[in-house]
Design a protein around this ligand. Structure first.
Ligand code: DAH
Length: 339
């Protein structure tokens, strides 16, 4: 290009840039414009590079004009910045600090989550390690390894959701016992909280509910160790030293002996009554052997707590289904409940 052509081009570029800077309404666009018009890839910059193709007086001449163009772009950007700033200040001047703020509704943890976390804290203080297992489980971990073989009637009692691939939704957190026993070194002292699933739905059953499984394996573990840990947990959970706790003989295929634990409470008629809240027992030797633990050396206890039951008693709820209808009027009552 000749020097004349370069000058005309420069004029056009400058004119266009100045006009678009005038239109700018915010800082972000201002920064973009700075890069677009003065940056390395700008038209101005490539015009500057053409300087090397000119010689003598032309070079000096054009160099001067390019610099002027650069300066005027810079000052136009600077001016724009000032005017944006003063507009922003005006806006702040109009701001009424005494106006009430918009109501922001802050969410909170679901009451069941709160009860779970609260229970986990207690067990952790008792040196139980918190572990998790899969909700989609296989038959081995949910049944067979827990001493519930194929033909066992307990399978029918579980109302299992089966999946097409032969797996199932775990019917209890006891499946995590097996995983822990097969993976961990003895002594094993774990809790496994989580969701479990059964085809069941009425005032006291929902198809999904929560359990906390406990397992302790070591040498010389006895039923009195089990009783003591359950007592400590329940008294601390209900914050009641005189809580009435009843161990009732029961049957589970994976424990021997087995018990169910009830606690005394006042029902909605104000009468004293017992409510079952957990199953427990000494881990059955067959279960230990299936998890490759020598049952002549080691013993253990296990328990499975119903979290919804605990929550109903602790929070004074009489219908289990309320927890899962997700009615905000119900849920919001527990926002401020500190556990
Ligand atoms: N898995 C049992 C259930 O869902 C509860 C249970 C009973 C768990 C006894 C245990 C146990 O660990 O020892 O009904």
């Amino acid at each position: 290009m000749s020097v004349e052509e370069l000058k005309t081009e420069l004029e056009k570029v400058l004119d266009k840039a100045l006009r678009s800077i005038k239109e700018i309404k915010n800082y972000e666009d201002l920064e973009k414009a700075r890069v677009q018009f003065l940056g390395k890839k700008s038209q101005l910059n490539s015009l500057m590079k053409s300087l090397s193709t000119l010689d003598g007086k032309n070079k000096a001449d054009f160099g001067k004009i390019v610099n002027q163009a650069k300066n005027s772009l810079n000052s136009s950007l600077e001016e724009k910045k000032k005017s944006l700033k003063s507009k922003a200040n005006k806006k702040i001047d109009n701001f009424d600090v005494t106006m009430p703020s918009r109501q922001i509704s802050i969410g909170s943890l679901h009451p069941i989550t709160k009860i779970m976390n609260y229970s986990i804290d207690i067990f952790q203080a008792l040196k139980f390690e918190c572990v998790e297992g899969p909700e989609v489980e296989d038959d081995f971990h949910n049944f067979t390894a827990l001493n519930i073989p194929e033909s066992h009637p307990a399978r029918a009692m579980h109302d299992t959701f089966y999946l097409e691939d032969g797996n199932l939704l775990r019917t209890h957190t006891s499946s995590v016992q097996i995983r822990a026993m097969r993976e961990k070194e003895i002594p094993i002292r774990i809790i496994a909280p989580g969701k479990v699933y059964r085809k069941d739905s009425d005032i006291t059953h929902t198809p999904m509910f929560h359990q906390i499984e406990g397992l302790y394996i070591d040498k010389d573990v006895s039923f009195s160790n089990l009783k003591s840990i359950i007592n400590i947990f329940l008294k601390s959970f209900f914050e009641e030293e005189d809580l009435k706790i009843r161990f009732r003989p029961s049957y589970f295929p994976f424990t021997e002996p087995s018990a169910e634990v009830d606690i005394e409470y006042f029902n909605n008629k104000g009468e004293k009554s017992w409510l079952e809240i957990l199953g427990c027992g000494m881990v059955h030797p067959n279960v230990l052997e299936m998890a490759n633990i020598n049952s002549s050396i080691y013993s253990g206890y296990a328990f499975g707590l119903g979290v919804e039951r605990l929550a109903m008693l602790k929070l004074g709820i009489s219908d289990l289904r309320l927890f899962y209808e997700n009615d905000l009027r119900f849920l919001e009552q527990f926002k401020r409940v500190k556990l």
